[in-house]
Design a protein around this ligand. Structure first.
Ligand SMILES: C[S@@+](CC[C@H](N)C(=O)[O-])C[C@H]1O[C@@H](n2cnc3c(N)ncnc32)[C@H](O)[C@@H]1O
Length: 247
């Protein structure tokens, strides 16, 4: 297993407060999370185990994926949004409150893990990169762009978290893509941005949160990727996709 560095004294209280909540101690079980990342790599990106890849992990959370990549001798950069980044309004006040509190704890846990494990993570709102570009990222080139369980939140303008509120009893919120012409244009901008920072022959690995209308999302995503010169390497369960740059 990967070595876990100690927590600086000043962060100990915050860490202990989060981890004593049963929901979070299960969610952040380290061995489980690291094993999931190893499994994820062997299922979808086995090439990584050879080492030497440059990988961008968008919406990296606590960054265990970056830790596993480092163990495989790959260089990687993670991206999380800036502290002031807010989600779109959730209509039910009880759910909005619950969600906001969970996000604060999740972000604090993420920051602590990133700090103690000395991970390279930039604070960037990815959505603004799709619409306005990003000079810092555009100076870099990657073999793989990975985005696991984050694209729905990055494209929150086109995603309704209110859709299946009942699920919040299970601490999990499923939503619905808001499919419109504007959303389709945004998918195009997203892949065009990825294309600028992806090396020839590179791959985009995109795993979306399960949604009620995944099938339509998948069709549109595949259509857009093909239109922009990408091959479909994996398309699974309408929410797991891997595209390969052909140029
Ligand atoms: C459900 S977590 C997934 C974390 C990690 N990829 C994993 O699989 O464990 C979603 C991540 O997306 C990030 N995120 C949400 N909106 C974002 C945005 N606009 N730009 C960049 N990251 C964003 C969140 O901060 C969080 O780290």
């Amino acid at each position: 297993m990967i070595k876990l560095n100690s927590i600086p004294k000043e962060l100990e209280a915050t860490y202990n407060e989060i981890i004593k909540i049963p929901k979070f101690s299960v969610k952040f079980d380290r061995d489980k999370r690291i094993n999931e990342k190893l499994q994820y790599i062997s299922s979808y990106m086995p090439e990584i185990s050879k080492g030497g890849y440059k990988i961008l992990d968008i919406g990296t959370g606590p960054g265990e994926f970056l830790e596993v990549l480092r163990n495989y001798n790959c260089t990687s950069i993670g991206i999380n949004p800036p502290d002031n980044h807010r989600w779109s309004e959730i209509r039910d006040p009880k759910l909005a409150n619950y969600h906001e509190e969970s996000i604060i704890k999740y972000n604090n846990f993420s920051k602590i893990n990133i700090f103690r494990q000395k991970l390279d993570v930039l604070s960037i709102d990815m959505f603004s990169c799709f619409t306005n570009g990003n000079k810092e990222l555009e100076k870099m080139k990657f073999n793989i762009i990975n985005c696991q369980d984050a694209i729905n939140l990055i494209l929150i303008k086109y995603y309704d978290l209110n859709y299946a509120i009942d699920n919040y009893k299970n601490h999990h919120i499923f939503g619905k893509w808001l499919l419109s012409e504007e959303f389709y244009s945004c998918l195009k901008l997203m892949i065009k941005f990825f294309d600028k920072i992806l090396l020839p022959g590179g791959a985009i690995m995109l795993v979306a949160l399960i949604s009620s209308n995944d099938q339509e999302y998948s069709q549109k995503l595949i259509h857009t990727a093909k239109e922009l010169g990408y091959n479909v390497e994996i398309s699974k369960d309408y929410h797991i996709h891997k595209f390969r740059k052909t140029k």
